[in-house]
Design a protein around this ligand. Sequence first.
Ligand code: UD1
Length: 348
Amino acid sequence: MRILVTGGAGFIGSHTVVELRNAGYEPVIIDNFSNSNRSVLDGLKQILGEEVPFYEADCNDAGSLNAIFEKEKFDGVIHFAAYKAVGESVEKPLNYYDNNLGSTVLLLQTMIKYGVPHLVFSSSCTVYGQPEQLPVTEQTPRLPAESPYGNTKSICEDIIRDTVRSKAPVKGISLRYFNPVGAHPSALIGELPSGVPGNLVPYITQTAAGIREKLTVFGSDYNTPDGTCMRDFIHVVDLAKAHVQALKLLDGRQETSYYDVFNVGTGDGHTVLELIKTFEEVNHLKLNYSIGPRRPGDVEKIYAQVDKVNQVMGWRAEKSLADSLRDAWRWQQKLEEKSKKESGTSVA
Ligand code: UD1
């Protein structure tokens, strides 16, 4: 089965391409490299032993999408391509609404036009805000979003749900990711943040590599065991595998109007300090960090209840936080080696 992966050169997208291939699917990538790097395609080729079909295109460009759908005859779509920086979304809300909502609407229209029946959407636990009860289940009410980015995830879920309900010939699943971390164990693909990382783990690995001087832990006066925020950190390879299971589920559903949402996390919460400690232990190093003020907009604690995804999709996270942090560090070291080699070559 041929699956379009929008944003397939990105962090979660690229790992999903690998798992799709491993499961016998034929992924085809669309990416415009607005927040990803072409070198990911080389990493994918090395892991898979073959090129992954790829189009450089923008998911908001109807002409390109039509041409690609016309040519490829897809059986399904996994839609990752989106802007995802919370802070930037507050500064440039229209860019976020335009890009994230526009691409989802256009994709659905194009899927209907070309008879592509299955959509898996990349959503986020951010739709829950700070929930009153933990762990969060899929029944936990969504709260008004803290940022335009979060709002685009919530609205896109609604766009897909309403389209399915309208008896359009599409079925859909939204996967609400918790905090994806780690890298492929081969260290051939991983997270490639552009500029200063906003997320915790890339900031940690860059600090350990000497690219950043020091990590600031944002707040230590939260109502958690050690005062730092708590998250459900999930290995990106586990998360990638959930997409394969989602496609299988869509393929097996007989009803015409199927739409559902699933939490994808480990079910365990870890604090920021616990994560730092684990990083230091598994990688045998000391991290330069200090406690700073809270970051505006951060939720105190959130972790998933994963019974639904376990039972309905037969999926559960297999890798530990230690696995994630070992793989993330191995990937960072590989990047360092590569950049040293490249600067060595250019000097010579
Ligand atoms: C949030 C969203 C997530 C979204 C992501 C996009 C929630 C619960 N999660 O992730 O859905 O996909 O943004 O970027 O809304 N931290 C530090 N120092 C740093 C960086 C982070 O202490 O330099 C702390 C943060 O305060 C937070 C934790 O690490 O407590 C995780 O932060 P981050 O990796 O940015 O992810 P979230 O904000 O949880």
